[in-house]
Ligand binder design. Sequence first.
Ligand code: CO8
Length: 261
Amino acid sequence: SNDLKHLIVEFKGDKSNIGLIRLNRPKVLNALCDDLMNEVNSVLDRFEKDPSVNCVILTGSDKVFAAGADIKEMKNLDFKQVYKGSFLSHWSRIAKFKKPIIAAVNGFALGGGCELAMMCDIIYAGSKAQFGQPEIILGTIPGAGGTQRLTKTIGKYKTMELVLSGRRMSAQDAEKAGLVCKVFPPEELLNEAIKLAETIASLSPMVVQMAKESINASLELSLNEGLHFEKLLFHQTFATEDRKEGMAAFVEKRPPKFTDQ
Ligand code: CO8
């Protein structure tokens, strides 16, 4: 990965099957410039095709996950440029990633940084993490899910407070609100994320993807449509070798060996 300017990519876990993406623009608190997001997308493309990667972690530094879109890059753009160029439309790549992806957030996750974390499947946070959508202070509004994913996650009223005031929310409050799954001491965060990733990575990659797809569908579908979609996928697990293996292993009291990709 020598071609990456703004990211550090590593493989973690006992089986090296966890892909770790570390946002790395320390001088600007990991501000998410266009190049950085292009790099994230190209690494995700690679990870999606790589059968040795079963789970991904997205993280920043100890001080900051990401302080948002790069304000210096946006400052001089006008409406025509952002509209015709579909400004930042490629950000949503991460939300379409098929494999499980965990955000490990230490420090600030602001604006696009908070939105990026919300495009992941699970958010673990360090106890000093802070979440916020401060776009309003810059005279704009969230543009990558801050008024949508956040509302669906923590509800209208907490979202209104954050988005209309630009105030930040602590890791502890974010956990109470249901945005953050668990809070850890900052120095333990990455290891805890790796442990969770290893558990997920030890299961059937194909069935894990089906579970992820079904949960995500619940955000788009009515309850009846969602239950129908879930049932179809549940039935489809019976077409996999891994479903046979998982149940056989349980009955035979041995660990399963999953092989479907
Ligand atoms: N963009 C560019 N540079 C930044 C950013 C940023 N978002 N955040 C920090 N920096 C730079 C600072 O300019 C500074 O650079 P320099 O040393 O050259 O002056 C350096 O990082 C260090 O920052 P501070 O001195 O401000 O550090 P502090 O520790 O004092 O403060 C904060 C940290 C509170 C995080 C502060 O930097 C801050 O408020 N940053 C801006 C946060 C923000 O407003 N984020 C929202 C950006 S807008 C956005 O994300 C819209 C997303 C739309 C996505 C649409 C997709 C389709």
